[in-house]
Design a protein around this ligand. Structure first.
Ligand code: SF4
Length: 358
């Protein structure tokens, strides 16, 4: 028996066509879409202005299921907290809620694991996983919006959780189109390790989210040391692709830079980074490394004085920079930690290699 189609998996034209087979007249289709995208419901029963028989027909053909919230951490000092969610096939993923004054960001995962293998990242440590479907990404957005009761006008989204979004391009684009129903593209940021064909494909889209690039070292050699995939997409070619990327007025590329003590945090590294991005409409987001028992022991978070020196040097070299000092928000360095703890716990209790995702 084939599984019912999750309506949140469908791009707008396919959604219209699928609904038209079951729902009429046209204004009822609009009502269903409104329940989905303005309210983010995960059940047809919630659609109180849709006749009962139509809801029954919809439920017979389709589903609206979201990932299930398993746990959420206590809020960090800055109010942010992580969510662990279970997918229908048992995979676990993480999302993060980040209140920021009048704005709130939700950090979404795009894959259940990651094949990119950045050595500073717990998700990379545990290896590849499958691509998430649009419903699983849209579902993270609404599940957390509902849990935290965030007004839609405050919402921002960052694709900065588990996975490399540009290696799940088609599903991410469908998800972006769904998110655009409520959020302007400038309120959505996609963070990539630098998958050049994906950046070029993103550049060709009519509507584009903000782009963030995980750079993490000012030169090719050190970048390849901690981000092996960059051997395939070298720094020089990446910078050329960024210089070609079309930016709307007032928008910047965000350069993410995970600070590792003694590796990439010296003032001369800041000078080299400033040179690397010279002429680019860019701002740097410096992210002090978040230590984790699964990651190499030599990787340490720099002390506050070293962070200050690095940031001050960037500023003196004309670079706009923000630094994420609060642990709750060290997303790029910390993604996958909650799930990683669960996998490690499962391995310890079973005495053998069992991935708790299953
Ligand atoms: S930092 Fe991002 S791209 Fe790199 S391994 Fe982790 S999830 Fe993948």
């Amino acid at each position: 028996m084939t599984e019912p189609v999750n309506l949140y998996d469908l791009a707008a034209p396919q959604l219209e066509a699928a609904l038209a087979e079951v729902v009429s007249p046209v204004f009822r289709i609009r009502q269903v879409e409104e329940w989905m995208y303005a309210r983010g419901v995960d059940s047809f029963d919630a659609m109180s202005n849709i006749p009962k028989e139509t809801r029954a027909k919809l439920a017979a053909h389709f589903t609206l299921a979201f990932p299930e919230v398993l746990t959420r951490t206590e809020p960090a000092p800055d109010g942010s907290r992580k969510y662990l969610l279970r997918l229908a096939d048992g995979n676990r993923i993480e999302s993060v809620y980040m209140p920021m004054g009048e704005r709130t960001s939700i950090c979404l995962s795009s894959q259940a694991g990651c094949a990119v293998g950045c050595t500073f990242c717990v998700t990379g440590f545990f290896g590849a996983g499958r691509n998430l479907t649009p419903a699983e990404m849209v579902g993270q957005f609404y599940a957390i919006q509902h849990e935290e009761q965030i007004p839609m006008e405050q919402m921002n989204v960052v694709f900065m959780g588990m996975g490399e979004p540009l290696l799940n391009f088609e599903h991410v684009v469908t998800t972006l189109d769904a998110l655009y129903r409520n959020l302007a593209p400038r309120r959505i940021t996609l963070s990539t390790s630098g998958i050049i064909p994906g950046i070029e494909a993103l550049a060709r889209l009519e509507r584009r989210p903000n782009l963030a690039i995980s750079i993490n070292a000012p030169d090719r050699k050190r970048r390849e040391q901690i981000m092996p995939i960059t051997a395939k997409y070298p720094l020089e070619r990446l910078m050329a692709a960024l210089r070609r990327f079309p930016l709307e007025r007032g928008r910047d590329v965000t350069i993410e830079y995970v600070l590792l003590a003694g590796f990439n945090d010296a003032p001369q590294d800041a000078v080299a980074l400033a040179r690397l991005i010279d002429g680019l409409h860019a701002k740097v987001n410096a992210i002090p490394f978040n230590e984790d028992a699964n990651l190499p022991g030599w990787m340490k978070r720099p002390g506050d004085a070293a962070i200050d020196r690095f940031v001050d040097t960037l500023v003196r070299n004309g670079v706009r920079v923000t630094v994420r000092r609060s642990k709750g928000r060290d997303i790029a360095a910390a993604c996958g930690q909650l799930r990683g703890k669960e996998i490690a716990k499962s391995r310890a209790t079973n005495g053998r290699e069992v991935d708790a995702r299953r």
